[in-house]
Unconditional design. Structure first.
Length: 323
């Protein structure tokens, strides 16, 4: 492992070369120049909790049903990233274990670095493992800092014990913050909301990324009822994921449109933004169009949407079983 005092200098040493490579990549990858974009209104923005940073209410997800996390689809991934930038998206979500996602983002985003908010994650719970993944993420993303570095898919209390132990990942977070390698810290989860809530209560995380959709409220242990109150009390930034449940919510017998799926989540008190992956530039443009026209739903409208998902909540919270 690289000693604490020299780690930042080591990371910065290769940045000028990486920047040159990034510029070459951006010049070679203008794959959306001739795409006809329908007019889209500006995306509404919200202040991300106590970070003081204003972000659009929609960000681009870097995993799932998207070329961003698939090897051999660099051209399609770069087209999506470039389209997202043109459409006003500035929040880009990825992780160390999302296949080539960080690499693809690193081929485009360096040229726009001061204008975008990059969120990546580590699933390592120990100090050394977390630092190694952070170093790799920086190189892949071709940047010398991460806007928010998150502990990925934390599911059990035993993981919290390791994270906050003497040589746990929390120590890496604190050192990386002190060296200005990361701006903010976060924790993510889609399995057990009590674990995320406990982490937010016990450690000064700046943000959390949690699973929230219109079916979540029917789960015996909903994230919306457990995590959001804690985040609101502590003014922690909240990013929502699993909005359409990989598209399963947008089927007969459930919701009729992304307007309902996204509108519901963004109307929950305490949610600042959401991330949704896209399979194509056209799908991305549709999502941006919905977000640009978002108007908060009232309690009656929220209840109506919850009624639509009452009989299908189990198949739309399938990800709660993942650890």
């Amino acid at each position: 492992m690289i000693p604490f005092k020299t780690r930042r200098n080591f990371l910065l040493a290769g940045m000028s070369l990486l920047g040159t490579v990034a510029c070459q990549n951006i010049n070679q990858s203008q794959t959306v120049e001739n795409v006809a974009f329908s007019p889209v209104e500006s995306l509404p923005e919200r202040i991300l909790g106590n970070t003081g940073v204003s972000v659009p209410i929609l960000g681009l997800g870097g995993a799932g049903q998207t070329p961003l996390s698939k090897y051999g689809q660099e051209k399609e991934a770069i087209a999506l990233i470039e389209a997202a930038l043109k459409l006003g998206i500035r929040y880009f979500d990825t992780a160390a274990n999302y296949g080539p996602s960080e690499d693809y983002l690193g081929k485009v985003l360096p040229a726009y670095r001061s204008d975008v908010f990059i969120a990546t994650k580590t699933d390592q719970r120990d100090y050394d493992g977390a630092w190694r993944e952070l170093e790799r993420s920086l190189k892949r993303l071709q940047t010398d800092y991460i806007d928010v570095w998150q502990l990925h898919h934390v599911s059990f209390e035993e993981e919290l014990e390791q994270i906050f132990s003497k040589n746990g990942a929390a120590k890496a977070i604190e050192e990386a913050k002190a060296q200005k390698i990361i701006r903010f810290s976060g924790i993510t989860g889609h399995h057990e909301p009590d674990v995320i809530a406990k982490a937010l209560q016990g450690y000064p995380f700046d943000m959390t990324l949690v699973a929230l959709n219109a079916a979540d409220v029917h789960h015996p242990r909903p994230f919306s009822k457990t995590v959001l109150p804690v985040a609101k009390q502590k003014n922690i930034g909240v990013i929502a994921m699993k909005i359409p449940a990989y598209g399963r919510l947008l089927k007969p017998g459930a919701l009729s449109s992304m307007n309902q799926a996204m509108g519901y989540v963004l109307s929950l008190e305490g949610v600042h933004s959401c991330i949704i992956a896209a399979e194509s530039v056209q799908q991305l443009q549709g999502n941006v169009q919905v977000a640009s026209q978002f108007q908060p739903l009232n309690p009656s409208q929220l209840s109506e949407i919850e009624t639509l998902t009452a009989k299908v909540w189990e198949e739309n919270t399938f990800f709660r079983r993942w650890t």
